[in-house]
Design a binder for this molecule. Structure first.
Ligand code: DMJ
Length: 630
C-alpha cells in the first residue's frame, strides 16, 4: 500500500517516536538481545540451542571415546529419547509378535536405577533419538529389532519337541544336569566374585586379570546368553541388572583387543539380539568405539593390545607383531557393530584386514601366525590351527555363513586355507589317529593343542558348502579329528584332556610333560561334539559329552564353583583356583546344546563367535549396512 504524506504531520520516527526516545529504545533493545544470546550459552541444558548456532560435529567415534574416558557424557546422552525401545523378549519367549516389554510384565524385569556414568543411564532408556543429532552416531541409529526377529527361520529357543532317537527322559535329565551346573557356576560367582572378571573358587574371591584394560564383569557378560537360553530367568535378570548399573566403560588400562572383542563385544551383541534390550546394543557400540584406536597402524592391521587411555596413540607396547588368530577374529563382531550402529567404520576396519591378508603372499598357501602391522609382512613362518592361528580359520567359514552365503571371498579363502592345511599339516599316527600338526618353516611338530580341537566342529560346519566331491571327505575328516580329541580325554585318568598332546614314540594323544597336562575348563572338544551331533545325530557324541559332564563333576567341581586342574593324569589333581569365564560362555553352553534339539539356536539362523556367543545370520539382502560390499 502506498503511504501518502499528510500535510502538517511530522513523524518523529517510523514508529512514531522522537529521536531521543528512539535512541533509548534501541539501546534497551540491543541490551536485551545481548542478554538473551549470552544466556543460550550459560544455561545448563543449552545443547540443543547451541546446535542452532554452532556447526555440527562430523562423525568421529574416537571423540566419543575421549569424552567418555574424561568422564563426560556426550551431549546426546543427556536427554531421554522420545520413543521407547522395541519390545524385548524375556528368556523363554520367542514370538516377537506376541511379546510385551518385560518392563511392563508382571514379575518381569526389575526396574533398575542406573548409577554409572550418564552414558550408561541413557543407554538403558531406548534408541529412538532422531538420527540427525550430531554426536549420536551409533546410538541414535534405529535398528528394527522386530523385523530382524521376523526374518529368523526358527524360534530362538526352538519348538522344544524332542525328535531325537534318545529316550526323552534321559536327554532331558542330562540337559537339566548341565543347567544345574550353570546355575551353580553362576551362583558361586555371584556370591564370591560378583562384578570381578572371574571367580577363584578355592580362595572364594574374584580377580580381574590383566587382559581387559580395567573392564570388569567378564563372567557376567560371558554368561548372559547362556543364562538366557537355559531359561535361568532370575539369574539372567541379575546379570542384566549388573550390566545396567555397574558395567562402566570409563576405564583407562591396556586391553587385549581380541579378548575384549570376543568376550565383551560378542557377549553384549548376543544379549541384544536375543532380547532386544537397548542397554546391550549401546554398550557394545560404545565399547567397539574404544577399540578403534588399535587400528592406527601403517597397514591398518591392529596391534594386539589397545590402550584405553585418553590421548594415547591407541596401541600399546607388546611386541612388534600381531597375531593371526587375534586380528583375524574380529570380522563377525565388527560387521554386527556396523549393522547395529549404522556406522561403517567397524566394517571398514575388518574389510581392510581381509584385503591385506588376501593380497599377501602365503607360503604354500599357509597363513603364518605372526604379521608385522607396520610392514604388512609375515614375521615368522609358524603355522598352527591351535593357539595363535585357530579362530582366524573359524571366522572365515563363519563369515561366509553369517553373510547368508554371499561373502564369496571368505568362502574361497577358507577352502583354500583348508586345502593347504590338509596338504602340509594333516597326519595320521601309527595308531591310526588323524591329527593336525604344527608347522615351523617346513618342519612339523607332531602335536595338537586342546585349542586345535575346535577344528573338528569347524570342518563339519564347512563340509556342507564345499565342492560336491569334497563334502563326504570333510565330514569324515571332521569325525576323525574329533575322535582323536576324544582319545586325548579317554587316555587320561580324569577323562579330561590335556592342554597339548603329542603323537610320538608309541605314546599317542597324550601330553609328554607336566607343563602341558593341565585342563582349564576349555570348551573346544565339547564344541566339536556339538557340531558333529547336529550334523550326524550319531549318539556317540552325546555319550562322549556325558563323559565330560561326569568328569567335570568329579574333578573340577569344588564347594564354591568349578576349577581347572593341574594334571589330567592324576586321579587326585590339584585345582588351579580359576573358574574361567569361557566355561560359562562356551563349555556349559555347548554341552547344553548337545543335549537339546537342533532348533535351539538353529545353525540356519545363528553362528557362534569364538567365545560361543550367537550372532544372527543375515537373512536380509536389503540392509546394505554391514553386508553390502565384499
Ligand atoms: C576362548 O576364549 C575362546 O574359545 C578362544 O577362541 C580360545 N580360547 C578360549 C577357550 O579355550
Amino acid at each position: 500500500m502506498l503511504m501518502r504524506k499528510v500535510p502538517g504531520f511530522v513523524p518523529a520516527s517510523p514508529w512514531g517516536l522522537r529521536l531521543p526516545q528512539k535512541f533509548l529504545f534501541l539501546l534497551f533493545l540491543s541490551g536485551l538481545v545481548t542478554l538473551c544470546f549470552g544466556a543460550l550459552f550459560l544455561l545448563p541444558h543449552s545443547s540443543r540451542l547451541k546446535r542452532l548456532f554452532l556447526a555440527p560435529r562430523t562423525q568421529q567415534p574416537g571423540l566419543e571415546v575421549v569424552a567418555e574416558i574424561a568422564g563426560h557424557a556426550p551431549a546426546h546422552e543427556q536427554e531421554p529419547p522420545p520413543n521407547p525401545a522395541p519390545a524385548a523378549p524375556a528368556p523363554g519367549e520367542d514370538d516377537p509378535s506376541s511379546r510385551a516389554s518385560p518392563r511392563r510384565r508382571k514379575g518381569g524385569l526389575r526396574r533398575t536405577r542406573p548409577t554409572g556414568p550418564r552414558e550408561e543411564a541413557t543407554a538403558a532408556r531406548g534408541n529412538s533419538i532422531p538420527a540427525s543429532r550430531p554426536g549420536d552416531e551409533g546410538v541414535s541409529f534405529r535398528f528394527d529389532f522386530n523385523a530382524f526377529r521376523s526374518r529368523l527361520r526358527h524360534p530362538v529357543l526352538g519348538m522344544r519337541a524332542d525328535e531325537s532317537q534318545e529316550p526323552q527322559s534321559r536327554v532331558r535329565a542330562q540337559r537339566e544336569k548341565v543347567k544345574e551346573m550353570m546355575q551353580f557356576a553362576w551362583q558361586s560367582y555371584k556370591r564370591y566374585a560378583m562384578g570381578k572378571n572371574e571367580l577363584r573358587p578355592l580362595t572364594k574371591d574374584g580377580y580381574e586379570g590383566n587382559m581387559f584394560g580395567g573392564l570388569s564383569g567378564a563372567t557376567v557378560i560371558d554368561s548372559l546368553d547362556t543364562l538366557y537360553l537355559m531359561e535361568l530367568k532370575e539369574e539372567f535378570q541379575e546379570a542384566k541388572a549388573w550390566v545396567e548399573e555397574n558395567f562402566h566403560l570409563n576405564v583407562s588400562g591396556e586391553a587385549s583387543l581380541f579378548e575384549v572383542n570376543i568376550r565383551y563385544i560378542g557377549g553384549l551383541l548376543s544379549a541384544f539380539y536375543l532380547t532386544g534390550e537397548e542397554v546391550f546394543r549401546i554398550k557394545a557400540i560404545r565399547l567397539g568405539e574404544k577399540l578403534l584406536p588399535a587400528f592406527n597402524t601403517p597397514t591398518g592391521i591392529p596391534k594386539g593390545v589397545v590402550s584405553f587411555k585418553s590421548g594415547s596413540w591407541g596401541w600399546a607396547t607388546a611386541g612388534s607383531s600381531s597375531i593371526l588368530a587375534e586380528f583375524g577374529s574380529l570380522h563377525l563382531e565388527f560387521l554386527h557393530l556396523t549393522e547395529l550402529s549404522g556406522n561403517q567404520v567397524f566394517a571398514e576396519k575388518v574389510r581392510n584386514i581381509r584385503k591385506v591378508l588376501r593380497k599377501i603372499e602365503k607360503p604354500f598357501g599357509l597363513y603364518p601366525n605372526f604379521l608385522s602391522p607396520v610392514s604388512g609382512n609375515w614375521v615368522q613362518h609358524h603355522v598352527s590351527v591351535g593357539g595363535l592361528g585357530d579362530s582366524f580359520y573359524e571366522y572365515l567359514i563363519k563369515s561366509w555363513l553369517m553373510s547368508g552365503k554371499t561373502d564369496m571371498e571368505a568362502k574361497n579363502m577358507y577352502y583354500e586355507a583348508l586345502e593347504a592345511i590338509e596338504t602340509y599339516l594333516l597326519n595320521v599316527s601309527p595308531g591310526g589317529l588323524t591329527y593336525i600338526a604344527e608347522w615351523r618353516g617346513g618342519i612339523l611338530d607332531h602335536k595338537m593343542g586342546h585349542l586345535a580341537c575346535f577344528s573338528g566342529g569347524m570342518i563339519a560346519l564347512g563340509a556342507e558348502d564345499a565342492k560336491e566331491e569334497k563334502r563326504v571327505h570333510y565330514r569324515e575328516l571332521a569325525a576323525q579329528i574329533t575322535k582323536t580329541c576324544h582319545e586325548s580325554y579317554a587316555r587320561s585318568d580324569t577323562k579330561l584332556g590335556p592342554e597339548a598332546f603329542w603323537f610320538n614314540s608309541g605314546r599317542e594323544a597324550m601330553a609328554t610333560q607336566l607343563s602341558e597336562s593341565y585342563y582349564i575348563l576349555r570348551p573346544e572338544v565339547v564344541e566339536s561334539y556339538m557340531y558333529l551331533w547336529r550334523q550326524t545325530h550319531n549318539p556317540i557324541y552325546r555319550e562322549w559329552g556325558w563323559e565330560v559332564v561326569l568328569a567335570l563333576e568329579k574333578y573340577c567341581r569344588t564347594e564354591a564353583g568349578f576349577s581347572g586342574i593341574q594334571d589330567v593324569y592324576s586321579s587326585t589333581p590339584s585345582h588351579d583356583n580359576k573358574q574361567q569365564s569361557f566355561f560359562l560362555a562356551e563349555t556349559l553352553k555347548y554341552l547344553y546344546l548337545l543335549f537339546s534339539e537342533d532348533d535351539l539356536l538353529s545353525l540356519e539362523d545363528w553362528v557362534f563367535n569364538t567365545e560361543a556367543h550367537p550372532l544372527p545370520v543375515n537373512h536380509s539382502d536389503s540392509s546394505g549396512r554391514a553386508w553390502g560390499r565384499h
